[in-house]
Design a protein around this ligand. Structure first.
Ligand code: MSP
Length: 505
């Protein structure tokens, strides 16, 4: 089945920070897991380049907006391989193909009668590129997200008749209880709609850095409509080339399966976006999946609040797998969570280095020492088999509901179980007594098999370390169909493995 998953596209007014890395990582875990299960995955990410935030940031640095966009888009792009993100395409909203397709789709919305010219006045945050409604505004007319002064703006521009979609959206929410996940976000979106939908402005009169409105080229489209449409436009020009008989990827992947976004942009994705799609005559996505914020000192981490943790530095010190693991383990996916250098180092040391890395090197060393590097093809331990049977199904069930942290927790319980098994069986004692050879063989076969199973399941979370481990054990296939605990050891030769998570000085 086709499985189209997207991240939000990032503003290029600043450099990437941990929040962006977090979203790419969580999305990648789902994409990799679904690929393991044989789904036809298409994973899209990219940059959001038009609008006031970018125009303002460029002006402040005396640059042309396109120059700033080029520079920062490169940084966002470069972050992806260093996080081992497996995206299939990277869209930039300054791509001419995107611009052209946005014009076509919004022209259709206009032709269908969902636009009109009107006067807009309201409190506007230049960083959000968004007007704020009265009940969102903080005391002193501050932006609830950036805590900066809002500006009073008035201009004549084109409006989108969002109010016409009150009923269609209510119906959508009544029929599709999993349209927005998790549930609290579904309720939040539904409550927003229940308040009554007002029309929203679709264009900007005083901005040049955007896509011209086809029927009124003196204006450009409001950046949010331009940006949201990336999810559709990408499918009209992204490689891989369509299969024979396909014009492009649209028929194969639309509607999107999952839009992964942060909670601050809920309204745009759960209200404006489905309304816009219906107005254009397109299907709405299956799920909008909303994650929380990474916090430091309990504040959202963002450039404008000035408490940025640089993902490039973290990666240099610990590597991508450690960062990926930490993000999914420390922060309960869906909720906000604090991240800290101390918490990170603790989990690296205690869980990655000691529990997983050490288990792998001990097991390999024992196979080497006691059985000349061959995993015995002995029968595996029945109790352990019982404890690992069904694990893959449970993990798949959780990940079908995008429960990323509980799935990881479940796998990690088994990593701990395998460590206890080593202690219980004490293979170094079994090795001293040749009458216990069968027990020793069973122990080694079971440990190797257990490590193989947990590593296949951990693969989406930590692709590099798990691949290295699986190769060292001579069982390199991380396909999901291989994720069950086998009744016999593999009989494979093992290879030496450098520590997966070396202890840090
Ligand atoms: N350009 C818009 C999205 C357009 S999508 C059609 C935007 N860009 S952003 O760069 O500000 O944010 C990109 C994503 O990163 C959003 O989903 C946002 O929620 C997420 N994060 C930004 N800061 C974050 C944290 N501190 N923690 C986790 N994610 C956060 O919004």
């Amino acid at each position: 089945m086709s499985f189209f998953i997207t991240t939000a596209i990032n503003y290029v007014n600043a450099e990437p920070h941990m929040g962006h890395a977090y979203e790419a990582i969580t999305t990648d875990v789902i994409a990799r897991h679904m690929r393991q299960r044989g789904e036809d995955v298409f994973f899209l990410t990219g940059t959001d380049e038009h609008g006031e935030p970018v125009a303002d940031a460029a002006a402040a640095q005396g640059l042309d907006p396109k120059v700033l966009a080029d520079r920062n888009a490169e940084r966002f792009k470069a972050l992806l391989p260093s996080l081992t993100i497996s995206n299939d395409f990277f869209i930039r909203t300054s791509d001419p193909q995107h611009e052209h397709r946005v014009q076509e789709i919004l022209q259709a919305v206009h032709d269908h009668g969902y636009t009109y010219k009107g006067l807009y006045e309201g409190w506007y945050c230049p960083r959000c590129a968004d007007f704020k409604v009265e009940n969102e505004i903080l005391e002193g007319n501050l932006c609830p997200i950036h805590e900066i002064a809002l500006e009073r703006h008035q201009e004549e521009n084109w409006f989108f008749r969002l109010s016409a979609f009150q009923e269609p959206l209510e119906r959508l929410y009544a029929q599709r209880p999993d349209f927005v996940l998790p549930r609290v976000r579904f309720n939040e979106a539904r409550a927003f709609i229940a308040q009554g939908l007002a029309d929203v402005s679709l264009s900007r009169a005083h901005l040049r850095w955007g896509i011209p409105v086809t029927w009124d080229p003196s204006q450009v489209f409001y950046v949010w409509f331009d940006a949201l449409l990336n999810y559709v436009t990408a499918l009209s020009y992204a490689p891989p080339p369509a299969r024979p008989g396909e014009r492009d990827l649209f028929a194969r992947y639309w509607p999107a399966t999952v839009h992964m976004i942060g909670k601050d942009i809920l309204k745009f994705h759960t209200v404006y976006w489905p309304a816009l799609l219906i107005a254009a005559g397109l299907e709405v996505p299956k799920h909008v999946l909303i994650h929380g914020f990474l916090l430091m000192d309990d504040k959202k981490m963002s450039k404008s609040l000035g408490n940025v943790l640089n993902p490039f530095e973290v990666l240099e010190g610990f590597g991508a797998d450690a960062l990926r693991y930490y993000c999914l383990r420390e922060v309960s996916f869906g909720q906000d969570g604090n991240v800290s250098a101390k918490g990170f180092e603790d989990r690296y040391e205690n869980e990655l280095a000691n529990e997983y890395g050490n288990l792998a090197s001990r097991t390999l060393a024992m196979v080497e020492r006691y059985r000349e590097g061959t995993v015995p093809s002995a029968e595996t331990d029945a109790t352990l088999a019982q404890e690992l049977d069904g694990l893959a199904d449970q993990v798949a069930g959780l990940l079908d509901r995008f429960e990323l942290t509980p799935a990881l927790e479940l796998i990690w319980q088994r990593v701990r179980r395998l460590n206890r098994y080593v202690e219980e069986r004490a293979p170094w004692q079994l090795a001293r007594d040749s009458s216990l050879a069968a027990e020793l063989e069973q122990t080694l076969a079971s440990l190797a098999e257990g490590l193989r199973v947990v590593s296949v399941l951990l693969h989406p979370y930590m692709p590099t370390a798990t691949e290295r481990l699986l190769e060292a054990f001579g069982t390199p296939e991380p396909a999901y169909s291989e994720a069950h605990f086998k009744r016999r050891g593999s009989g494979q030769r093992v290879r030496a493995l450098e520590p997966l998570f070396p202890k840090r000085a």
